[in-house]
Design a binder for this molecule. Structure first.
Ligand code: LLP
Length: 421
Protein backbone atom coordinates (compact mmCIF):
# COMPACT_ATOMS: atom_id res chain seq x y z
CA UNK A 1 0.00 0.00 0.00
CA UNK A 2 1.22 3.50 -0.71
CA UNK A 3 0.02 7.07 -0.33
CA UNK A 4 -0.13 8.00 -4.02
CA UNK A 5 -3.83 8.00 -4.84
CA UNK A 6 -6.22 9.81 -7.15
CA UNK A 7 -8.56 12.35 -5.62
CA UNK A 8 -11.16 14.00 -7.82
CA UNK A 9 -9.26 12.95 -10.92
CA UNK A 10 -5.81 14.17 -9.82
CA UNK A 11 -2.90 12.12 -8.49
CA UNK A 12 -1.81 13.09 -4.99
CA UNK A 13 1.23 12.35 -2.85
CA UNK A 14 -0.41 12.13 0.60
CA UNK A 15 -2.34 15.44 0.73
CA UNK A 16 -0.41 17.28 -1.97
CA UNK A 17 -1.43 17.29 -5.64
CA UNK A 18 1.46 16.08 -7.80
CA UNK A 19 0.70 18.84 -10.32
CA UNK A 20 1.34 21.44 -7.61
CA UNK A 21 4.82 20.03 -6.97
CA UNK A 22 5.50 19.88 -10.71
CA UNK A 23 4.55 23.53 -11.06
CA UNK A 24 6.91 24.48 -8.23
CA UNK A 25 9.99 22.39 -9.09
CA UNK A 26 9.63 21.58 -12.79
CA UNK A 27 9.94 18.11 -14.30
CA UNK A 28 11.31 15.52 -14.12
CA UNK A 29 11.62 14.89 -10.39
CA UNK A 30 11.37 12.20 -7.74
CA UNK A 31 8.73 12.48 -5.03
CA UNK A 32 8.60 10.38 -1.86
CA UNK A 33 5.88 9.88 0.70
CA UNK A 34 6.98 9.98 4.34
CA UNK A 35 3.91 8.03 5.43
CA UNK A 36 4.69 5.22 2.99
CA UNK A 37 8.34 5.03 4.05
CA UNK A 38 7.32 4.84 7.69
CA UNK A 39 4.54 2.35 7.06
CA UNK A 40 6.93 -0.02 5.29
CA UNK A 41 9.55 0.29 8.02
CA UNK A 42 6.91 -0.44 10.66
CA UNK A 43 5.66 -3.51 8.77
CA UNK A 44 9.10 -5.07 9.17
CA UNK A 45 9.51 -3.89 12.73
CA UNK A 46 6.13 -5.37 13.68
CA UNK A 47 6.79 -8.58 11.73
CA UNK A 48 9.69 -9.27 14.11
CA UNK A 49 7.84 -8.26 17.26
CA UNK A 50 8.60 -10.58 20.15
CA UNK A 51 12.13 -11.18 18.83
CA UNK A 52 15.13 -9.09 19.75
CA UNK A 53 15.77 -7.36 16.43
CA UNK A 54 16.95 -4.33 14.49
CA UNK A 55 15.69 -3.32 11.05
CA UNK A 56 18.72 -1.85 9.28
CA UNK A 57 17.46 0.04 6.23
CA UNK A 58 19.70 -0.74 3.22
CA UNK A 59 20.29 2.88 2.31
CA UNK A 60 21.73 2.04 -1.09
CA UNK A 61 18.06 1.98 -2.18
CA UNK A 62 17.53 5.70 -1.50
CA UNK A 63 20.00 7.64 0.58
CA UNK A 64 18.80 11.23 0.70
CA UNK A 65 19.43 12.73 4.14
CA UNK A 66 15.75 13.53 4.62
CA UNK A 67 14.74 9.93 3.90
CA UNK A 68 17.37 8.62 6.30
CA UNK A 69 16.27 11.03 8.99
CA UNK A 70 12.62 10.05 8.55
CA UNK A 71 13.49 6.40 9.10
CA UNK A 72 16.11 7.00 11.79
CA UNK A 73 13.62 8.97 13.87
CA UNK A 74 11.33 5.93 13.74
CA UNK A 75 14.15 3.80 15.17
CA UNK A 76 15.69 2.29 12.05
CA UNK A 77 19.29 1.19 11.92
CA UNK A 78 21.19 1.42 8.63
CA UNK A 79 23.03 -0.99 6.39
CA UNK A 80 25.86 0.84 4.61
CA UNK A 81 28.28 -0.28 1.92
CA UNK A 82 30.74 2.59 1.56
CA UNK A 83 32.36 5.42 3.47
CA UNK A 84 29.94 7.80 1.77
CA UNK A 85 26.95 5.84 3.02
CA UNK A 86 28.45 5.56 6.49
CA UNK A 87 28.97 9.31 6.66
CA UNK A 88 25.47 9.94 5.29
CA UNK A 89 24.00 7.72 8.02
CA UNK A 90 25.96 9.53 10.70
CA UNK A 91 25.02 12.93 9.27
CA UNK A 92 21.36 11.92 9.47
CA UNK A 93 21.80 11.23 13.17
CA UNK A 94 22.07 7.44 13.18
CA UNK A 95 24.29 6.32 16.05
CA UNK A 96 27.23 4.06 15.19
CA UNK A 97 25.78 1.22 17.23
CA UNK A 98 22.89 1.03 14.76
CA UNK A 99 25.04 0.93 11.60
CA UNK A 100 26.15 -2.32 9.98
CA UNK A 101 28.83 -2.17 7.30
CA UNK A 102 28.36 -4.56 4.38
CA UNK A 103 30.09 -4.77 1.02
CA UNK A 104 32.65 -6.94 -0.66
CA UNK A 105 35.54 -4.45 -0.88
CA UNK A 106 35.84 -2.33 2.24
CA UNK A 107 39.11 -0.42 2.19
CA UNK A 108 41.40 0.15 5.19
CA UNK A 109 40.36 3.82 5.15
CA UNK A 110 36.65 2.95 5.23
CA UNK A 111 37.24 0.52 8.07
CA UNK A 112 39.20 3.16 10.00
CA UNK A 113 36.48 5.76 9.58
CA UNK A 114 33.80 3.36 10.79
CA UNK A 115 35.81 2.07 13.74
CA UNK A 116 36.57 5.61 14.82
CA UNK A 117 33.01 6.87 14.40
CA UNK A 118 31.38 3.78 15.91
CA UNK A 119 29.97 0.69 14.25
CA UNK A 120 27.60 -2.10 15.21
CA UNK A 121 29.46 -4.67 13.14
CA UNK A 122 31.31 -5.29 9.91
CA UNK A 123 29.88 -8.01 7.71
CA UNK A 124 33.11 -9.59 6.52
CA UNK A 125 33.18 -10.98 3.01
CA UNK A 126 36.63 -12.58 2.66
CA UNK A 127 39.75 -13.63 4.55
CA UNK A 128 41.94 -10.80 3.18
CA UNK A 129 39.31 -8.29 4.25
CA UNK A 130 39.21 -9.91 7.68
CA UNK A 131 42.96 -9.50 7.99
CA UNK A 132 42.72 -5.78 7.17
CA UNK A 133 39.93 -5.19 9.69
CA UNK A 134 42.05 -6.93 12.32
CA UNK A 135 45.10 -4.80 11.50
CA UNK A 136 43.20 -1.51 11.51
CA UNK A 137 41.45 -2.39 14.79
CA UNK A 138 44.78 -3.21 16.45
CA UNK A 139 46.30 0.02 15.14
CA UNK A 140 43.44 1.93 16.73
CA UNK A 141 43.71 -0.06 19.93
CA UNK A 142 40.21 -1.42 19.64
CA UNK A 143 38.33 -4.59 18.78
CA UNK A 144 36.09 -4.77 15.71
CA UNK A 145 32.78 -6.58 16.04
CA UNK A 146 32.24 -8.80 13.00
CA UNK A 147 29.95 -11.30 11.39
CA UNK A 148 31.09 -13.33 8.42
CA UNK A 149 28.89 -13.33 5.36
CA UNK A 150 28.28 -16.89 4.27
CA UNK A 151 27.17 -17.78 0.81
CA UNK A 152 24.60 -20.54 1.22
CA UNK A 153 24.57 -21.54 -2.48
CA UNK A 154 20.85 -20.96 -2.88
CA UNK A 155 19.17 -19.87 -6.09
CA UNK A 156 17.27 -16.68 -5.28
CA UNK A 157 15.28 -17.00 -8.54
CA UNK A 158 15.62 -13.33 -9.33
CA UNK A 159 17.28 -11.27 -12.09
CA UNK A 160 20.85 -12.54 -12.65
CA UNK A 161 22.33 -9.09 -11.97
CA UNK A 162 20.85 -8.94 -8.46
CA UNK A 163 21.21 -12.57 -7.31
CA UNK A 164 24.05 -12.94 -4.81
CA UNK A 165 23.66 -16.25 -2.99
CA UNK A 166 24.97 -18.76 -5.54
CA UNK A 167 28.47 -20.15 -5.27
CA UNK A 168 29.46 -18.48 -8.55
CA UNK A 169 28.67 -15.00 -7.15
CA UNK A 170 31.39 -12.77 -5.70
CA UNK A 171 29.73 -12.44 -2.30
CA UNK A 172 30.61 -13.98 1.07
CA UNK A 173 32.53 -17.14 1.79
CA UNK A 174 31.22 -20.58 0.82
CA UNK A 175 29.21 -21.97 3.71
CA UNK A 176 31.21 -25.18 3.38
CA UNK A 177 34.34 -23.26 4.51
CA UNK A 178 32.65 -21.42 7.36
CA UNK A 179 34.17 -23.51 10.19
CA UNK A 180 37.68 -22.86 8.99
CA UNK A 181 37.16 -19.11 8.45
CA UNK A 182 35.44 -18.65 11.83
CA UNK A 183 38.39 -20.43 13.48
CA UNK A 184 40.73 -17.96 11.78
CA UNK A 185 38.60 -15.01 12.93
CA UNK A 186 38.64 -16.28 16.52
CA UNK A 187 42.44 -16.35 16.42
CA UNK A 188 42.75 -12.66 15.49
CA UNK A 189 42.93 -10.39 18.55
CA UNK A 190 41.49 -7.32 16.78
CA UNK A 191 38.21 -9.08 15.99
CA UNK A 192 35.22 -10.12 18.03
CA UNK A 193 32.94 -12.58 16.26
CA UNK A 194 29.33 -11.70 17.09
CA UNK A 195 27.35 -13.62 14.52
CA UNK A 196 26.59 -14.74 10.98
CA UNK A 197 25.54 -12.69 7.96
CA UNK A 198 23.70 -13.87 4.86
CA UNK A 199 22.08 -12.00 1.93
CA UNK A 200 21.01 -14.00 -1.10
CA UNK A 201 19.68 -11.42 -3.53
CA UNK A 202 17.17 -8.72 -4.25
CA UNK A 203 13.58 -8.58 -5.53
CA UNK A 204 12.73 -12.08 -4.29
CA UNK A 205 9.08 -12.79 -4.92
CA UNK A 206 8.99 -16.19 -3.25
CA UNK A 207 9.86 -17.13 0.35
CA UNK A 208 11.32 -20.53 -0.51
CA UNK A 209 14.90 -19.37 -1.26
CA UNK A 210 14.89 -17.47 2.07
CA UNK A 211 13.72 -20.62 3.85
CA UNK A 212 16.50 -22.71 2.29
CA UNK A 213 19.13 -20.10 3.18
CA UNK A 214 17.90 -19.54 6.74
CA UNK A 215 17.75 -23.27 7.44
CA UNK A 216 21.40 -23.46 6.45
CA UNK A 217 22.18 -20.48 8.71
CA UNK A 218 20.39 -22.22 11.61
CA UNK A 219 22.42 -25.35 11.09
CA UNK A 220 25.63 -23.36 10.88
CA UNK A 221 24.80 -21.51 14.10
CA UNK A 222 24.66 -24.84 15.97
CA UNK A 223 27.89 -26.05 14.36
CA UNK A 224 29.77 -22.85 15.20
CA UNK A 225 28.43 -22.75 18.75
CA UNK A 226 29.64 -26.31 19.24
CA UNK A 227 33.07 -25.08 18.14
CA UNK A 228 32.96 -22.49 20.91
CA UNK A 229 31.97 -19.37 18.94
CA UNK A 230 29.55 -17.04 20.67
CA UNK A 231 27.04 -16.67 17.84
CA UNK A 232 24.45 -14.28 19.19
CA UNK A 233 23.44 -12.18 16.20
CA UNK A 234 22.11 -13.17 12.77
CA UNK A 235 22.05 -10.62 9.96
CA UNK A 236 19.70 -11.97 7.33
CA UNK A 237 20.21 -9.36 4.61
CA UNK A 238 17.45 -7.78 2.59
CA UNK A 239 15.80 -8.83 -0.61
CA UNK A 240 12.05 -9.07 -0.12
CA UNK A 241 10.47 -8.08 -3.43
CA UNK A 242 7.74 -5.58 -4.23
CA UNK A 243 4.87 -5.69 -6.74
CA UNK A 244 6.24 -3.65 -9.66
CA UNK A 245 3.35 -4.79 -11.83
CA UNK A 246 0.39 -4.37 -9.57
CA UNK A 247 -2.06 -6.08 -11.87
CA UNK A 248 -0.36 -9.48 -11.66
CA UNK A 249 2.20 -9.63 -8.86
CA UNK A 250 1.66 -10.32 -5.18
CA UNK A 251 4.99 -11.01 -3.47
CA UNK A 252 5.00 -12.25 0.13
CA UNK A 253 4.26 -9.72 2.85
CA UNK A 254 6.75 -8.65 5.54
CA UNK A 255 4.58 -10.38 8.15
CA UNK A 256 4.97 -13.69 6.29
CA UNK A 257 8.69 -13.09 5.95
CA UNK A 258 8.89 -12.34 9.69
CA UNK A 259 7.07 -15.55 10.49
CA UNK A 260 9.48 -17.50 8.31
CA UNK A 261 12.40 -15.98 10.23
CA UNK A 262 10.82 -16.95 13.54
CA UNK A 263 10.07 -20.47 12.28
CA UNK A 264 13.55 -21.15 10.95
CA UNK A 265 15.70 -19.28 13.46
CA UNK A 266 13.56 -18.40 16.47
CA UNK A 267 14.74 -21.39 18.55
CA UNK A 268 18.33 -20.12 18.53
CA UNK A 269 17.70 -17.12 20.78
CA UNK A 270 19.77 -14.84 18.55
CA UNK A 271 19.25 -11.16 17.95
CA UNK A 272 17.95 -10.76 14.38
CA UNK A 273 18.97 -8.04 11.94
CA UNK A 274 17.40 -7.55 8.54
CA UNK A 275 18.48 -5.15 5.80
CA UNK A 276 15.47 -4.31 3.63
CA UNK A 277 15.94 -1.53 1.11
CA UNK A 278 13.57 -1.91 -1.82
CA UNK A 279 10.48 -2.80 0.18
CA UNK A 280 10.86 0.27 2.36
CA UNK A 281 11.64 2.83 -0.35
CA UNK A 282 10.45 1.32 -3.64
CA UNK A 283 6.75 2.02 -3.53
CA UNK A 284 7.32 5.14 -1.45
CA UNK A 285 8.60 7.04 -4.49
CA UNK A 286 7.47 8.11 -7.95
CA UNK A 287 9.36 9.67 -10.80
CA UNK A 288 7.26 12.37 -12.39
CA UNK A 289 7.89 13.24 -15.99
CA UNK A 290 6.25 15.32 -18.70
CA UNK A 291 5.36 14.33 -22.25
CA UNK A 292 7.47 16.41 -24.64
CA UNK A 293 6.16 14.99 -27.90
CA UNK A 294 3.80 12.35 -29.15
CA UNK A 295 5.45 10.95 -32.25
CA UNK A 296 3.72 8.68 -34.72
CA UNK A 297 6.10 6.00 -35.91
CA UNK A 298 5.52 3.13 -38.26
CA UNK A 299 2.83 1.04 -36.64
CA UNK A 300 3.43 2.58 -33.21
CA UNK A 301 3.16 5.80 -31.29
CA UNK A 302 6.03 7.03 -29.13
CA UNK A 303 5.58 9.10 -26.01
CA UNK A 304 8.79 11.07 -25.75
CA UNK A 305 9.06 12.19 -22.13
CA UNK A 306 11.50 14.47 -20.33
CA UNK A 307 12.74 11.77 -17.92
CA UNK A 308 15.33 9.38 -19.32
CA UNK A 309 17.49 6.35 -18.62
CA UNK A 310 20.01 8.53 -16.80
CA UNK A 311 17.28 9.48 -14.30
CA UNK A 312 15.78 5.99 -13.87
CA UNK A 313 18.01 3.28 -15.25
CA UNK A 314 16.20 0.18 -14.05
CA UNK A 315 14.25 -0.56 -17.27
CA UNK A 316 17.42 -0.22 -19.40
CA UNK A 317 19.61 -2.14 -16.97
CA UNK A 318 17.38 -4.96 -15.73
CA UNK A 319 14.49 -4.92 -18.22
CA UNK A 320 12.53 -3.80 -15.16
CA UNK A 321 8.83 -3.03 -15.37
CA UNK A 322 7.51 0.17 -13.78
CA UNK A 323 3.80 0.87 -13.81
CA UNK A 324 3.17 4.20 -15.53
CA UNK A 325 0.07 6.23 -14.79
CA UNK A 326 -1.15 9.64 -15.91
CA UNK A 327 -1.20 12.34 -13.25
CA UNK A 328 -4.65 13.41 -14.45
CA UNK A 329 -6.89 10.40 -14.04
CA UNK A 330 -8.59 9.44 -17.31
CA UNK A 331 -12.39 9.71 -17.30
CA UNK A 332 -14.08 6.36 -16.67
CA UNK A 333 -14.50 4.42 -19.91
CA UNK A 334 -11.64 6.19 -21.74
CA UNK A 335 -10.14 3.77 -24.21
CA UNK A 336 -6.44 3.02 -23.85
CA UNK A 337 -3.95 2.88 -26.68
CA UNK A 338 -0.48 1.32 -26.84
CA UNK A 339 2.55 3.59 -26.57
CA UNK A 340 6.29 3.09 -26.56
CA UNK A 341 7.46 5.35 -23.74
CA UNK A 342 10.95 6.67 -24.32
CA UNK A 343 13.32 9.35 -23.06
CA UNK A 344 15.36 11.86 -25.06
CA UNK A 345 18.77 10.16 -24.56
CA UNK A 346 20.50 9.09 -27.75
CA UNK A 347 20.28 5.33 -27.23
CA UNK A 348 17.63 2.80 -28.10
CA UNK A 349 18.09 1.49 -24.55
CA UNK A 350 16.44 4.69 -23.34
CA UNK A 351 13.08 2.98 -23.47
CA UNK A 352 10.89 2.74 -20.37
CA UNK A 353 8.14 0.58 -21.81
CA UNK A 354 7.01 -0.88 -25.10
CA UNK A 355 3.41 -1.05 -26.25
CA UNK A 356 2.13 0.03 -22.85
CA UNK A 357 -1.63 0.66 -22.79
CA UNK A 358 -2.41 4.17 -21.56
CA UNK A 359 -5.28 6.58 -21.99
CA UNK A 360 -4.43 9.00 -24.84
CA UNK A 361 -1.86 11.61 -23.82
CA UNK A 362 -0.66 14.86 -25.35
CA UNK A 363 2.42 17.03 -25.10
CA UNK A 364 2.58 18.72 -21.71
CA UNK A 365 0.76 15.94 -19.83
CA UNK A 366 2.38 14.60 -16.65
CA UNK A 367 2.97 10.92 -16.04
CA UNK A 368 4.15 9.05 -12.95
CA UNK A 369 6.53 6.09 -12.91
CA UNK A 370 5.52 4.02 -9.93
CA UNK A 371 7.81 2.00 -7.65
CA UNK A 372 10.70 4.33 -8.43
CA UNK A 373 11.67 5.17 -4.84
CA UNK A 374 14.32 2.44 -4.57
CA UNK A 375 17.34 2.32 -6.88
CA UNK A 376 16.00 5.33 -8.77
CA UNK A 377 17.62 8.61 -7.74
CA UNK A 378 20.65 6.83 -6.30
CA UNK A 379 21.49 5.21 -9.63
CA UNK A 380 21.00 8.37 -11.67
CA UNK A 381 23.79 9.96 -13.68
CA UNK A 382 24.32 13.08 -15.76
CA UNK A 383 24.67 11.14 -19.00
CA UNK A 384 23.97 13.39 -22.01
CA UNK A 385 24.75 16.29 -19.61
CA UNK A 386 21.32 16.08 -18.10
CA UNK A 387 21.55 17.49 -14.53
CA UNK A 388 20.49 15.15 -11.71
CA UNK A 389 16.79 15.63 -11.12
CA UNK A 390 15.44 16.99 -7.83
CA UNK A 391 14.03 14.93 -5.00
CA UNK A 392 10.95 16.06 -3.09
CA UNK A 393 9.61 14.70 0.20
CA UNK A 394 5.95 14.97 1.12
CA UNK A 395 4.66 14.90 4.69
CA UNK A 396 0.87 15.15 4.90
CA UNK A 397 -0.01 18.48 3.23
CA UNK A 398 3.57 19.78 3.11
CA UNK A 399 6.31 19.18 0.61
CA UNK A 400 9.97 20.13 0.54
CA UNK A 401 12.71 19.89 -2.05
CA UNK A 402 15.24 17.59 -0.39
CA UNK A 403 17.77 17.78 -3.22
CA UNK A 404 17.88 20.72 -5.58
CA UNK A 405 18.23 20.42 -9.30
CA UNK A 406 21.72 21.75 -10.05
CA UNK A 407 21.96 24.62 -12.49
CA UNK A 408 23.74 24.04 -15.78
CA UNK A 409 26.55 26.28 -14.57
CA UNK A 410 26.98 24.21 -11.42
CA UNK A 411 27.16 21.08 -13.52
CA UNK A 412 29.69 22.51 -15.95
CA UNK A 413 31.81 24.21 -13.30
CA UNK A 414 32.50 20.95 -11.50
CA UNK A 415 34.96 20.27 -14.31
CA UNK A 416 38.35 21.98 -14.19
CA UNK A 417 40.56 22.92 -17.12
CA UNK A 418 44.27 22.03 -16.90
CA UNK A 419 46.58 25.00 -17.18
CA UNK A 420 48.04 23.89 -20.52
CA UNK A 421 44.68 24.47 -22.21
N1 LLP B 1 21.86 -6.07 2.03
C1 LLP B 1 22.83 -6.29 1.11
C2 LLP B 1 24.10 -6.84 1.56
C3 LLP B 1 22.60 -5.97 -0.24
O1 LLP B 1 23.55 -6.19 -1.13
C4 LLP B 1 21.35 -5.43 -0.64
C5 LLP B 1 21.09 -5.07 -2.03
C6 LLP B 1 20.38 -5.21 0.37
C7 LLP B 1 20.67 -5.55 1.68
C8 LLP B 1 19.04 -4.62 0.06
O2 LLP B 1 18.28 -5.43 -0.77
P1 LLP B 1 16.75 -5.05 -1.08
O3 LLP B 1 15.96 -5.24 0.19
O4 LLP B 1 16.73 -3.65 -1.52
O5 LLP B 1 16.35 -6.00 -2.13
N2 LLP B 1 19.94 -1.88 -8.24
C9 LLP B 1 19.18 -3.11 -8.21
C10 LLP B 1 19.17 -3.74 -6.83
C11 LLP B 1 20.55 -4.04 -6.28
C12 LLP B 1 20.52 -4.63 -4.89
C13 LLP B 1 21.89 -4.74 -4.31
N3 LLP B 1 21.96 -5.20 -2.95
C14 LLP B 1 17.76 -2.82 -8.71
O6 LLP B 1 17.48 -1.70 -9.09
O7 LLP B 1 16.94 -3.72 -8.75
Amino acid sequence: MDHFLYRDGALYAEDVPISEIAAAVGTPFYVYSSATLLRHFKLFDEALEGTDHLVCYAMKAASNQAILKTLAQAGAGMDVVSQGEYLRAKAAGVPGEKIVFSGVGKTAEEIRVALTGGIRQFNVESEPEMAVINTVALELGTVAPITIRVNPDVDAKTHAKIATGKSENKFGIPISRAKEVYALAASLPGLEVVGIDCHIGSQLTDLEPFRLAYEKVAELTEVLRAEGHNIRRLDLGGGLGIPYERSNEAPPLPVEYGQLIKDTLGHLGCEIEIEPGRLIAGNAGLMISKVIYVKSGEGRDFLIVDGAMNDLIRPAMYEAHHDIVPVNEPAPGTESQPYDIVGPVCETGDTFAKQRALAPLSAGDLIAFRSAGAYGAVMASEYNSRPLIPEVLVHEDQFAVIRQRPTFDEMINRDTIPEWL
